[in-house]
Design a protein around this ligand. Structure first.
Ligand code: HEC
Length: 241
């Protein structure tokens, strides 16, 4: 049942995927689902910074044990009123958020799969100051975005500049310039967003890790079978020759 629901969500997100392809260069997300420390840092950052507005309704807190978090570590990030078995629900009511931002913050359960990790990684690092917007910010890969720039404290303030490449007949390239630093250096910020996107990727399909493991077991079994059947073949033909 759950799988069918997920499938439907993907189908519904298809048009969004097409829009996501805006032609802006996407940076490669440094995803590694085997890096448990990275996934844990991502989970902690997600709980502290994103759950205020976004839910992740397919994710239960106790599933964080799959990435090696202890019960005590999970309890430390549980919002008030949530239990170990609860799904991740936004603190802010969806209707209130819609009134505040003009759009309801979408559930992030399958966003990494629907948009792609590179898109999410680039999106979270591409907010810039834009006085023409009601929120005062815009986003290079999501023009007219409703999400406020909650990353500014970590990343600092970015502005959009247009650089001309190749002389008068050349093309214009949009670049983001950091004009005032945040609490993190650019390298630290990129690593933090990398961990976060890694976690979003894990969340969008926790079964991926199990599947990877299963794949190795199946391959190992087939290899064993190969050796056994070769030995058997030799045994059978021994007397024929
Ligand atoms: C203050 C509320 C708020 C917080 C906090 C917040 N967001 Fe958002 N977010 C929004 C809103 C509103 C939108 C919808 C934007 C739109 O459609 O224009 C959004 C959109 C997004 C999208 C685009 C989803 C899509 O497919 O369209 C992603 C990805 C995202 N947020 C990730 C995050 C992450 C990760 C965090 C934590 C680091 C976070 N957000 C924190 C309000 C918030």
């Amino acid at each position: 049942m759950k799988a069918i629901k997920k499938l439907w969500m993907l189908v519904l997100l298809m048009p969004a995927m097409a829009i996501a392809n805006t032609g802006v260069h996407l940076d490669k997300a440094p995803s590694n689902l085997n890096d448990k420390a990275s996934l844990q840092r991502g989970a902690q950052f997600f709980a502290a910074n994103c759950l205020a507005c976004h839910s992740a309704s397919y994710m239960r807190y106790n599933r964080l044990m799959d990435i090696g978090m202890s019960e005590a570590e999970i309890k430390a990030i549980l919002p008030e009123g949530s239990k170990m078995g609860s799904t991740m629900q936004a603190v802010m009511a969806s209707a209130d958020a819609k009134a505040a931002f003009g759009v309801a913050p979408p559930d992030l359960s399958v966003t990494a799969r629907a948009r792609g990790t590179d898109w999410v990684y680039t999106y979270l690092r591409s907010f810039y100051t834009d006085p023409t917007r009601p929120s005062g910010v815009n986003n290079l890969v999501f023009p007219g975005v409703g999400m406020p720039n909650i990353m500014a404290g970590y990343q600092g303030e970015q502005v959009l500049e247009v650089e001309k490449h190749g002389g008068a007949a050349g093309h214009e390239v949009q670049v983001l310039k950091l004009v005032s630093p945040g609490a993190m250096t650019p390298a630290q910020f990129d690593a933090t967003v990398g961990d976060l996107v890694n976690f979003l990727d894990f969340m969008s399909e926790p079964a991926k890790m199990v599947r990877y493991k299963l794949g190795y077991i199946v391959l190992g079994f087939l290899f064993l079978l190969l050796i056994l059947s070769y030995a058997l073949k030799k045994e059978f033909w021994k007397d024929v020759h």
